[in-house]
Design a protein around this ligand. Structure first.
Ligand code: SAH
Ligand code: SF4
Ligand code: F3S
Length: 441
């Protein structure tokens, strides 16, 4: 028997990249590669990259530089760049960093085996097409290895929204939804392999419009209801959503669909209508607030999370204050906040920039507010009963850690609990980034 080749993948960016990395490992599994978490023993290193902010993109070049020594020691080592930086600047990567053998864009992962072969012959292999065929279909014969209790499942890719700051429509292309039967087949397969919670992914997941088994156009809500009937699947989540695609049936599902968890990531970016307009977001602060009201009317305990950009071009102190006001009104349980980063080729990059020190200071103020809200949301859980899906042992002996329905990390000290167990837990304390609980009964 030949010794298997080893594949090291490092993943940056969003959850869709995490999902893609799994699928790339499977694609190369067919060529005899097994995963390793040690780059120094790898026969192939793949960086699955993110282009969303400048820092993310620059990391790729510094990381590649670190592999120089490895490549000098072992000329057979192949180095590849995948993901959104590959898509955006594949040819530049090849030019700037000669040790790169292979570049593959996010829509071409099913062609990895062939690209690997080309790289093995010494060719510089580059594929950043947007091919017609579905990269996931080609990879449908995935190996049947056992999995942990939670998994991602990409159902939608790409974005047609063109927010003025964002590279995603360029790196991931136009919106495409996978057919319902493929999604259901993949979900059942994951459940057979031990998965109990699935997070449906898409850059605009609630814009999902997949072809149903009836030939009709299915919404995300309808897909979720179909997943609700999959035996053995206990929990459903989805991310990321755009406010304009929060349809009535999806809001209703949050109120009525038993397996759909009470957590919603709904980025708003800014609370200033002037800035929202300049961002090309096509919603207002007010329409967002009314939407959150309707969602909370359907599911009162839902935990809201969001994304915010501070220091967007032309943002004044007054605009920023409007963002803080919106946050005060929504009361988020969790949030991601970023300093605006000008991205080449996007409209906002050409506009008058906010000075870095002003943006830094605003980011700090916003983060202080979010941290306070996060703590309050956690403290509000104390005394309540929640479901917890356990994932792994905690740091202390006898401790198990899992996620609550509201996606809080919860640890308990209890005998006989295993990863994959779902239990009712009473929350007894709130710590910095997690809750402590006791198993009920
Ligand atoms: N599709 C998702 C998320 C896309 S990227 C959505 O529309 O919500 C994730 C987050 O990164 C965005 O929500 C935004 O807050 C942030 N982001 C995107 N481009 C950015 C940029 N140029 N500078 C700073 N933050 C950015
Ligand atoms: Fe980017 Fe806007 Fe599309 Fe989200 S909706 S991926 S922020 S362009
Ligand atoms: Fe980054 Fe691409 Fe995701 S730019 S956030 S990896 S879609």
């Amino acid at each position: 028997m030949t010794t298997p080749k080893k594949l090291f993948i490092k993943t940056y960016g969003c959850q869709m990249n995490v999902y893609d990395s799994e699928r790339m490992a499977e694609a190369l599994g067919g060529k005899g590669y097994v995963p390793t978490d040690r780059p120094e023993e790898a026969d192939m290193i793949l960086l699955n990259t993110c282009h969303i902010r400048e820092k993310a993109a620059e990391k790729v070049y510094s990381e590649l530089g670190r592999f120089k020594g490895l490549k000098a020691e072992r000329p057979d080592l192949k180095i590849g760049v995948a993901g959104c930086v590959a898509q955006a600047e594949g040819e530049e990567i090849m030019r700037r960093q000669p040790l790169v053998d292979l570049v593959v864009g996010p829509q071409s992962y099913h062609r990895l085996p062939e690209l690997e072969e080309r790289a093995r012959t010494g060719e510089k292999a580059l594929d950043t097409d947007f091919p017609e065929e579905d990269k996931f279909d080609v990879l449908k014969d995935r190996p049947k290895a056992q999995r942990g209790p939670t998994a991602f499942l990409t159902v939608q890719e790409g974005c047609d929204k063109f927010c003025a700051f964002c590279v995603v429509p360029y790196t991931r292309g136009a919106e495409v939804s996978r057919p319902v039967d493929r999604v259901l087949a993949e979900a059942r397969d994951l459940v057979d392999r031990g998965v109990r919670e699935i997070t449906l992914l898409g850059q605009n997941v609630n814009a999902y419009h997949g072809v149903g088994p009836d030939g009709g156009d299915w919404s995300l809500a309808r897909l979720i209801w179909a997943l609700n009937d999959v035996d053995g699947l206990e929990r459903i989540r989805f991310t990321t959503s755009h406010p304009n695609d929060m349809t009535d049936d999806l809001i209703e599902a949050h109120g009525q669909c038993e397996k759909l968890m009470p957590y919603l990531h709904l980025p708003v970016q800014s609370g200033s209508d002037r800035i929202l307009k300049r961002m090309n977001r096509s919603h207002t602060a007010e329409s967002y607030l009314r939407l959150v009201e309707r969602i909370r009317a359907a599911r009162p305990d839902i935990l809201m999370s969001g994304d915010f950009i501070v220091g967007f071009p032309e943002e004044t102190e007054e605009d920023f204050q409007a963002t803080l006001d919106l946050i005060e009104e929504v009361k988020y349980g969790y949030a991601y906040s970023f300093k605006y980063s000008p991205r080449p080729g996007t409209p906002a990059a050409e506009r008058a920039q906010v000075p870095a020190d002003v943006a830094d200071e605003r980011l700090q103020r916003l983060q202080a507010l979010i941290t306070r809200q996060q703590r309050e949301a956690q403290e509000a859980m104390v005394g309540r009963e929640v479901g917890v899906l356990f994932e792994r042992p905690g740091r202390k002996p006898g401790q198990m850690v899992g996620k609550s329905d509201h996606l809080h990390a919860v640890h308990v000290e209890a005998e006989g609990i295993r990863p994959g167990d779902l239990a009712r837990v009473r929350i007894v304390a709130s710590g910095a980034n997690s809750l402590a609980g006791e198993i009920i009964g």
